[in-house]
Write a protein of this length. Structure first.
Length: 246
């Protein structure tokens, strides 16, 4: 039986790769993104809608529309998120910090709080959170981004405890370096600077992360993968990256 899979930030990168992977399995999709025009063509029968996870009204309309189209939600993939800039704490203005925290933490909570109750009521469902190696190890210039991703770990842990006995599963998929639009967004469209991040090494691609998400969601109902930490072979930590010639 096909599942109803909801994916936020589905217009590009990991979100889009997840959508394509679940579509390949015949699942029913509800896809949300700020750039809704990019959602067309991922799956012919998908519910596609503009979604700003930082706006409560936008989230409510998206979730209501998804349920109306495809019924109860079986899998929620909380993918929407971003990094913005590399400000050190002493040099920050706060603007980028607020954007990251509102999107990565509060946005995820806003979506999840509207989906989780129906999963608990049905005693069935899976919440997948796209985290990051940045949630495990901090680095200079990324303190607030790392903090926003670190916050997802106790949020997931608490959800596991709060839903214990309901049949609801919670999984955090935490990748290392993935070549998507991530660095382009972080550096506000500076393509050469974004390219330097992956220079001389082989990063993950979005499909590698999507494969982990699909695998976790496909385990038998009695199996929960709490955390999947997936790294490029060329990366051992945010500080240890093998590059050609290094």
């Amino acid at each position: 039986m096909s599942r109803h899979v909801v994916i936020t930030g589905a217009s590009s990168g990991i979100g889009r790769a997840c959508a394509e992977a679940f579509a390949g399995l015949g699942d029913r999709l509800s896809l949300g993104a700020r750039r809704a025009d990019r959602l067309a063509g991922i799956a012919s029968d998908a519910f596609c809608s503009q979604l700003d996870v930082t706006a409560a009204d936008s989230v409510a309309a998206f979730v209501d529309g998804a349920v109306e189209r495809h019924g109860p939600i079986d899998v929620l993939v909380n993918n929407a998120g971003l990094a913005r800039g590399v400000e050190k704490i002493a040099e920050g203005t706060g603007e980028a910090w607020r954007e990251m925290i509102e999107t990565n933490v509060l946005g995820l909570l806003e979506v999840t709080r509207r989906v989780l109750p129906q999963m608990i009521e049905r005693k069935h469902g899976h919440v997948v959170v796209i985290g990051s190696i940045a949630g495990h190890k901090a680095y200079p210039g990324g303190g607030v981004y790392c903090g926003s991703k670190r916050a997802l770990q106790p949020i997931c842990e608490a959800m596991r405890m709060e839903t214990l006995g309901t049949g609801v599963r919670v999984t955090s998929v935490d990748p290392g370096m993935v070549e998507t639009e991530f660095s382009l967004v972080r550096f506000r469209g500076d393509q050469p600077k974004a390219d330097q991040v992956y220079d001389g090494m082989r990063p993950l691609v979005a499909a590698d992360v999507a494969e982990c998400v699909v695998f976790a969601a496909g385990r038998p109902a009695h199996v929960n993968l709490d955390t999947i930490l997936v790294m490029p072979t060329d990366q051992a930590s945010p500080f240890h990256v093998h590059r050609d010639g290094s």
